[in-house]
Design a binder for this molecule. Structure first.
Ligand code: TXA
Ligand code: MG
Length: 323
């Protein structure tokens, strides 16, 4: 059992002793360590069972605090930080020598973000060093969006979880950077869309999809963000349900339908089909369903628009098979 608390000083003393804590962000909960302490960072890989070639995001309280950790600050970086930080945008930038090798897993670039959560921002201000933090889940599993998700998955491996309540956004940050030709690229879709970034910097980034051979972020790999229960994402929910009628099904609809299936466990993500609400509720509902020992979870794909594109992308990666 980890201590679940709002006490920042307790959190700081654990971080200072080289141990890990759960931290709230607006996207998902993170598993945080002092990024300048190599041994502490090593623990992150161990606790998550994360391959050591999968680099970590550094978290800062503001752009100024991040500047020593990357090279070549540009006007565009400044404009993006001004517009979206604190917020769910991670920038892939050229790393400076201050970044320990273990954080970037040998890459020349470092991922940097300023999370929009008051408790974690206070913690970062006081800590005065970057926190390395991946999502606080065992590698490959669904990210946590409440302190209790963290407790359930990693509570026996970490001493403390900072309690910031449920995450307001609910899916991991958008990751973007510039490729070798200085073309902006989104490597992981998230709350901030490529179009919004484009409006800010004058060019809409390319989206590097998983069919491209060179994967820059392992989060772009398929089979990620997945429940333990076999999971199916479908554009045609009724057809999928009919096909698997003999199974003990869990059904997740993105909005209410006329016909409900009384024989199955059914969750609805938003009464009005609001995509922000859907994103906020999705992982909690997936965690809840996964605890029910069902044969199959069937999830209805949302409209492919705005943040719906990012949500569908996550769901396809969570899906054991396609309908
Ligand atoms: O919303 C988020 O970004 C959350 C919260 C806790 O901040 N963090 C998160 O971290 O989702 P993680 O480790 O679960 O996903 C980060 C992704 C991984 O796919 C990793 O491969 C990629 O970012 N990444 C990190 N540093 C990178 C680098 N230097 N080069 C390429 N990809 C990188
Ligand atoms: Mg993750």
């Amino acid at each position: 059992m980890a201590i679940i608390t709002k006490n920042i000083n307790e959190a700081l003393s654990i971080l200072n002793s080289g141990k890990l804590i759960g931290i709230p962000t607006e996207t998902v909960y993170g598993l945080a360590a002092d990024a300048t302490n190599e041994k502490a960072v090593q623990q992150i890989f161990k606790v998550k069972n994360r391959p050591s070639n999968n680099p970590l995001i550094l978290h800062f309280p503001n752009l100024d605090a991040a500047i020593p950790y990357f090279k070549n600050p540009t006007k565009k970086i400044e404009i993006l930080a001004e517009k979206f930080w604190p917020g769910p945008l991670t920038l892939l930038l050229d790393r400076s020598d201050l970044v320990p090798e273990i954080v970037t897993a040998g890459s020349k670039r470092v991922a940097v973000r300023v999370p929009a959560h008051p408790l974690t921002l206070q913690l970062l201000e006081k800590f005065n060093k970057p926190l390395a933090a991946p999502s606080a889940n065992p590698s490959g599993y669904i990210s946590p969006t409440t302190p209790w998700h963290v407790e359930k998955q990693l509570g026996n491996k970490i001493p403390l979880i900072l309690d910031g309540g449920p995450c307001s956004k609910g899916i991991e940050s958008t990751i973007m950077g510039w490729n070798e030709n200085n073309v902006p690229v989104v490597y992981r879709l998230g709350n901030i869309t490529p179009e919004e970034i484009g409006q800010c910097i004058g060019t809409t980034p390319l989206v590097l999809n998983k069919s491209e051979k060179k994967l820059e972020a392992p989060g772009m790999l398929s089979k990620h963000y997945a429940p333990k229960t076999p999971t199916l994402i479908t554009d045609n929910l009724e057809m999928a349900i009919n096909k698997h009628l003999n199974k003990n099904l869990g059904i997740i609809r993105y909005m209410p339908a006329n016909a409900t299936n009384k024989n199955h466990t059914e969750f609805v993500l938003s009464e009005t089909g609001n995509l922000n609400e859907i994103a906020r509720n999705l992982y909690a509902k997936m965690h809840e369903m996964d605890a029910l020992n069902l044969d199959l979870i069937v999830i209805e794909a949302m409209p492919d628009e705005g943040i719906g594109i990012a949500i569908n992308d996550r769901l396809r990666r969570a899906s054991t098979y396609r309908s």
